[in-house]
Design a protein around this ligand. Sequence first.
Ligand code: FES
Length: 117
Amino acid sequence: MSIKINYHLLLCATPSKGSCCDYKDGQSSWNQLKKIISELNLDDPTRPEGVVLRSKVDCLRVCKNGPILLTWPDGIWYQKVSPKLIELIIKQHIVGGQPIADFIYQRTPLKALDNMS
Ligand code: FES
């Protein structure tokens, strides 16, 4: 049985080779992302909207102005995230549906693949 997925959040926080951010800033942002998702029960697989997944990735190939946060499936790339901004993104964008324009690096929404089957 598969779970319904609402969002998958990919954070380049502590890259092993890249240099988009300070290691401590990235680690504190990652810790905050995990904490807020848990506190708001967004990781509950029975949530009607679907679960919010999070993954710490090694590099998103932006490599500047990090930490970089990519939200799937709407394809919004945030730059210079911090623990405070992570909380705002989760509450205003992920829960509230309102992206925070001032921190968006670019938008790359997924295309429908209905004609690929
Ligand atoms: S090192 Fe973070 S995007 Fe490449």
